[in-house]
Design a protein around this ligand. Structure first.
Ligand code: NAD
Ligand code: LMR
Length: 330
């Protein structure tokens, strides 16, 4: 049984994600941390008749320390979401500092916890988290994950609209790279079972996965970005990780990891030129067990997408690293 923290628990993602975590039989303690409203969210969830004990914490009265101490899993959906016309990179100014400070809390109060970063821009916030943990001497690359599961969920859903598969999540599709626009690369050629996407539908399908976030931002018309589908995706990844930690084998999901720190990652790092990259990762009791190299078997269409991905992703990664190594003047 596991103590889980949701940091940003009162937000659009945080609330439904906390609800799903409260429903998990694998969670014994659910600690809700946010700068606002956690007492109310915790009181509400605490009436649900599942085993997890729920508590809410605010920054006052040493709330972060109380929330984080003893946690084995910290999920971070804290930070501002996009409005129409914004890129994920436009969120960097505010969210970089939020993630930095929460990770400092992790390093101080629960350095051995698995950390799942949802806050955007993921391509930069995960490198920020790694740098903060490195500086504190607490970085374990097997335990730091950028959550890119929503891209996988979208790929499963959108391709099923073409193939007619009635249960979309039955198809496994590696969606790799990063988590924004052209850095998101679905590898349709490696779907299992194989999918047959007519050539005249391939560009539109790929584009829809790459820009699925924009579709929701536009539809919400100023009220934020994906929250419910993200809560589902975050829960799916967290639950898979908890199952693997408990010893269940053959659990793997694409996730954004520090390649040189994960078995099998070096070869992918050499091929992509990216230190951080989302690839299917086999999960185990220690976290990331093995990065699976799906890059080398990409077809020519996918190789062209990958070339664009590398271009954008390396800049996003450097921006995150730089933010910690050479902090902006206050
Ligand atoms: N990885 C993904 O696939 C994915 C998908 C959707 C959204 N996101 C990102 O997730 C983030 C949250 O989105 P949302 O729609 O839930 O936003 P939201 O504004 O509804 O909620 C964010 C929450 O974070 C809290 N918060 C702010 N600063 C904090 C701090 N220092 N400590 C703790 N909590 C803090 C806020 O009070 C708020 O409750 C955004 O950055 C968004 O872009 C990522
Ligand atoms: O699009 C966004 O800004 C939120 C999220 O990253 C998404 O993919 O839905």
């Amino acid at each position: 049984m596991v103590k889980v923290v949701v940091a940003g628990a009162s937000g659009g993602i945080g609330q439904p994600l906390s609800l799903l975590m409260k429903s998990s039989p694998l969670v014994s303690e659910l600690s809700l941390y946010d700068v606002v409203n956690t007492p109310g969210v915790a009181a509400d969830l605490s009436h649900i008749s599942t085993p997890a004990k729920v508590q809410g914490f605010l920054p006052k009265d040493d709330g972060m320390k109380k929330a984080f101490t003893g946690a084995e899993l910290v999920v971070i959906p804290a930070g501002i979401p996009r409005k129409p016309g914004m890129t994920r990179d436009d969120l960097f100014k505010i969210n970089a500092g939020i993630v930095r400070d929460l990770i400092k809390g992790v390093a101080e109060h629960c350095p051995d916890a698995f950390v799942l970063v949802i806050s955007n821009p993921v391509n930069s916030t995960v490198p920020i988290a790694a740098e903060v943990l490195k500086a504190a001497g607490k970085f374990n690359p097997k335990k730091l994950f950028g959550v890119t599961t929503l891209d996988v969920v979208r790929a499963e859903t959108f391709v099923a609209e073409i193939t007619g598969e009635s249960n979309p999540s039955k198809t496994t599709i590696p969606v790799i790279g990063g988590h924004s626009g052209e850095t998101i690369v679905p590898l349709w050629s490696q779907a299992k079972p194989a999918v047959n996407v007519p050539e005249d539908k391939l560009d539109a399908l790929t584009n829809r996965v790459q820009f699925g976030g924009d579709e929701v931002v536009k539809a919400k018309d100023g009220a934020g970005s994906a929250t419910l589908s993200m809560a589902y995706a975050g829960y799916r990844f967290a639950e898979n990780l908890l199952k693997a930690v408990k010893g269940e084998s053959s659990v793997s999901e694409p996730t954004f990891v520090y390649l040189p720190g994960v078995e099998g990652g070096d070869a992918i790092q050499k091929e992509t030129g990216c230190d951080f990259f989302s690839v299917p990762v086999e999960l185990g009791p220690e976290g990331a067990k093995k990065a699976i190299n799906v890059v080398s078997s990409a077809n020519d269409y996918e190789k062209k997408l990958l070339a664009k991905c590398y271009e954008g992703l390396t800049g996003n990664i450097s921006k995150g690293v730089e933010f910690i190594q050479n902090p902006p003047a206050k």
